[in-house]
Design a protein around this ligand. Structure first.
Ligand code: PGA
Length: 237
């Protein structure tokens, strides 16, 4: 798999800003854009070739039903949304996601053929106390039974998201090797990406880590100039 660049636009952009971003960003097969859910259908209609990810998905299995506010994996699939971010630390912290809902979401995505991008990462406290491996393994064990299809795991240290702090390449590689080892016995493809304060300056170095399959980028992906430079600097990998 070519190394993918996933832009998690979070709730940063207005409709006008999203349009400008999409007009200006390089048309790359390696790029996946994750906008706020109301934009998914609009973008799909206007830009049929852009690969899309949802930022979340319903934990309820039904494609349609009496589920106010929910967006099902089946509906995403029909809209041509190929990926869904699941278990982002911002959602875990706000109690919108827990191990049980995360497992259901992964399961529903895999049932319909949408690739889950599952976020895993240790807190600052776990990193500082040296318990980060245990914290990551715990999150992995919680989702392992659900891995019955191809998935992406995003290693996103919570202390790195939006802070400008980035682990060293060795520290990222340590975790990617751990995730690789722990998922080796599964029959499915597990792709590994890194997320947390990726920017124009560090993207090329991070993408050069041998085990990595791509990057999950928040803030820097909302700026078309930065996103284009990141696509360019990671292109030869
Ligand atoms: P950031 O966010 O690049 O702004 O640190 C990454 C993420 O939360 O996925």
């Amino acid at each position: 798999m070519e190394r993918i660049i996933i832009g998690n636009l979070k709730s940063y952009l207005s409709p006008k800003e999203i349009s400008l971003l999409l007009e200006d960003v390089e048309n790359s097969n390696r790029l996946v854009i994750a906008p706020q859910s109301p934009y998914l259908g609009l973008i799909r209609a206007k830009y049929p070739n852009i690969k899309l990810s949802a930022q979340d998905v319903s934990s309820i299995a039904d494609k349609y039903g009496a589920h106010t506010g929910e967006v099902s994996a089946g509906l995403l699939k029909d809209l041509g949304v190929s990926y869904a971010i699941i278990g982002h630390s911002e959602r875990r912290a706000a109690n919108l996601d827990n191990p049980s809902t995360i497992s259901s979401k992964i399961n529903h995505c895999l049932q319909v053929g949408t690739t889950p991008i599952i976020c895993i990462g240790e807190s600052k406290k776990d990193r500082d106390s040296g318990n980060y491996v245990e914290a990551i393994l715990k999150q992995l064990e919680e989702i392992k039974p659900e891995i019955v299809g191809d998935i992406i795991i995003a290693y996103e240290p919570v202390w790195s998201i939006g802070t400008g702090l980035v682990p060293s390449s060795q520290e990222i590689e340590e975790i990617l090797l751990l995730l690789r080892k722990e998922t080796k016995s599964l029959d499915n493809n597990v792709f590994l990406v890194y997320g947390g304060s990726v920017n124009v300056e560090n993207a090329a170095e991070i993408i050069a880590i041998p085990e990595i399959n791509g990057l999950l980028i928040g803030k820097a992906s909302t700026d078309s100039d930065k996103l284009n430079l990141i696509l360019e600097s990671t292109n030869s990998r």
